[in-house]
Design a protein around this ligand. Structure first.
Ligand code: OGA
Ligand code: ZN
Ligand code: ZN
Length: 519
């Protein structure tokens, strides 16, 4: 495709301007401004803008409840014994939706839209397409093929890999988009007897010693290069960490429920935001049940659990879980009692406690885990290697259950980065299968981590308004709730639903294909 970057940008612009309603407005306020003004691809990443006028309508510094409780710096976000509302010592980060809007300015991050970033990356990749292959040669002790293109690019492709990825009709069926031979049938030591550019440099043709013939398109080889390959936005995008000023800094993005349901660009922005910032707010879902199911349907399907397809968090007379009481719910990640807890979570506020309390707390668990790694590597090591045990015993919509899991508190990926925080003080079992002499150090590490994810610098408090759906990464965001009272004229009703990251990533990829096709 012979698009220049500038032409691409204007087609991007058309794509974005086709967006109607709020998401269009959001895009227009952010990246589209750049596009409409300059029609060039600006540098990527968030831009900090210091301006009073950008300070959002939820940027109040007025505390929701007056602080009367404990105020230690390192402890006591909640007091589970308190009958009175729980207090967060978080002047400046607690949000009162009805508070007055004229507050002092703070640096506010204006984020570029994820769709914009994706399109910029695609544009970058597109300009490398259509190059012709000028020569091929053996490389790496004759175990690979060096391919040289007309623009000077040189890449090596191992012969074993080329044979494994042969695209001929015997090896690959395009309708299945998959390999159709058994791995047992190939010799991974084979070196082709002929390798030549074909079709005027648009392909490479290989003939193997057993007579097998394969042809590899130039763009396909470029796309599958081993080194300097393009990043994959669903795997490789950088996370954005946050702390107590999640809302005041403008880091928390807000989406309109109906936009997500009806507009694919809004759907993309919402899911990508949940992936990279780990949390965002969906507004305007009303006070009816079934709205998290609508969001789940937009992704693919909801993740059911033993609490049902969705769960209704209300105060129950015979509660078997702290969630179904009016008590403060200590900071946790959901369902740590499962070996595979839900990946992402949506909390829809259908009815909010009218009195004080009932607010939610959110901490970026990955950010505090990395802080701990920096400040106390030994504590971090203990929490990422010592298995804790969790259980949940009770009865719900599907009947009785007895869940029991083992997890490190901070589970790491292969690069040593936090991948899943498992926290449930209420479900943590007394069982400790570690040497007795190691226990004190483990408790100190747990305490240190706890101090960090309860620290006023890290916790963001937000009292959901009716119609709000807070959506977040359950592997990453540690959350909790302040106590509240149910009275004759005030009750509280949340509907929570879960999503899995495989389904979210699948939807993101499908949307990317769709956006790319319309460019
Ligand atoms: C939960 C939970 C929050 C709330 O049920 O796991 O975090 O506000 N509930 O009740
Ligand atoms: Zn083949
Ligand atoms: Zn929870």
């Amino acid at each position: 495709m012979a698009f220049s970057v500038a032409q691409r940008s204007s087609s991007v612009l058309r794509l974005m301007l086709r967006s109607s309603n709020k998401i269009g407005q959001e895009l227009a306020e952010g990246p589209c401004q750049h596009l409409t003004k300059r029609v060039v691809l600006p540098s990527l990443g968030p831009v900090a803008i210091q301006t009073a006028s950008l300070h959002g309508h939820h940027g109040s510094t007025k505390p929701l409840v007056q602080a009367t409780g404990r105020r230690e710096v390192h402890a006591g976000i909640f007091n589970t014994n308190a009958a009175a509302p729980d207090i967060l010592p978080l002047q400046g980060s607690t949000v009162d939706a009805a508070a007055d809007k004229t507050t002092q300015a703070s640096p506010r991050v204006m984020k570029r839209s994820h769709l914009y970033r994706f399109i910029a990356e695609v544009s970058q990749a597109e300009i490398t397409k259509g190059q012709t292959i000028t020569s091929v040669a053996h490389a790496l002790d004759d175990m690979a093929l060096n391919v040289t293109w007309s623009d000077g690019e040189v890449q090596a492709y191992p012969y074993a890999w080329l044979r494994d990825n042969c695209l001929c009709k015997q090896c690959y069926q395009s309708s299945l988009q998959s390999r159709i031979f058994s791995f047992t049938s190939i010799d991974v030591e084979m070196i082709p007897i002929y390798a030549v550019p074909g079709d005027e440099g648009k392909t490479v043709r290989l003939t193997w010693p057993d007579g097998h013939f394969g042809e590899y398109p130039s763009d396909w080889l470029r796309k599958h290069r081993f080194e300097n390959s393009f990043t994959d936005p669903t795997f490789d995008s950088e996370l954005q960490y946050w702390k107590t000023d999640l809302i005041d800094s403008g880091t928390l993005r807000r989406f309109n429920f109906h936009d997500i349901v009806s507009n694919d660009e809004a759907l993309y922005e919402w899911l990508m935001e949940m992936k990279l910032t780990g949390i965002c707010l969906v507004e305007g879902a009303g006070m009816v049940e079934g709205q998290v199911k609508h969001l789940g349907d937009r992704v693919l399907f909801l993740r059911s659990t033993y609490y049902g397809p969705t769960s209704h968090v209300v105060v129950k007379y015979n509660a078997t879980n702290i969630a179904f009481t009016g008590k403060a719910f200590p900071m946790h990640t959901d369902l740590a009692f499962l070996h595979r807890p839900p990946g992402a979570q949506m909390i829809h506020c259908i009815e909010q406690a009218k009195g004080p309390g009932g607010e939610n707390w959110f901490t970026d668990g990955f950010k505090v885990a990395l802080d701990l790694k920096r400040e106390d590597p030994e504590a971090f090591e203990l929490l990422s290697t010592t298995l804790m045990e969790y259980q949940d015993i009770g009865e719900d919509v599907y009947g009785r259950f007895h869940q029991h899991s083992r997890h490190p508190t901070i589970s790491l990926d292969r690069d040593g980065n936090p991948e899943h925080v498992y926290l449930s003080d209420h479900g943590r079992m007394p069982m400790m299968r570690i040497p007795v002499k190691n226990t004190q150090a483990l408790y100190r590490a747990l305490k240190k981590f706890s101090n960090m994810y309860h620290h006023p610098d890290n916790v963001c408090a937000y009292k959901l308004r009716e119609g709000d759906i807070m959506t977040f990464d359950n592997r990453r965001v540690i959350h909790g709730r302040g106590s509240f009272e149910v009275t004759s004229n005030s009750s509280r009703h949340l509907e929570t639903g879960y999503l899995e990251w495989d389904e979210i990533n699948s939807r993101l990829r499908l949307l990317q294909h769709q956006f790319q096709a319309s460019m």
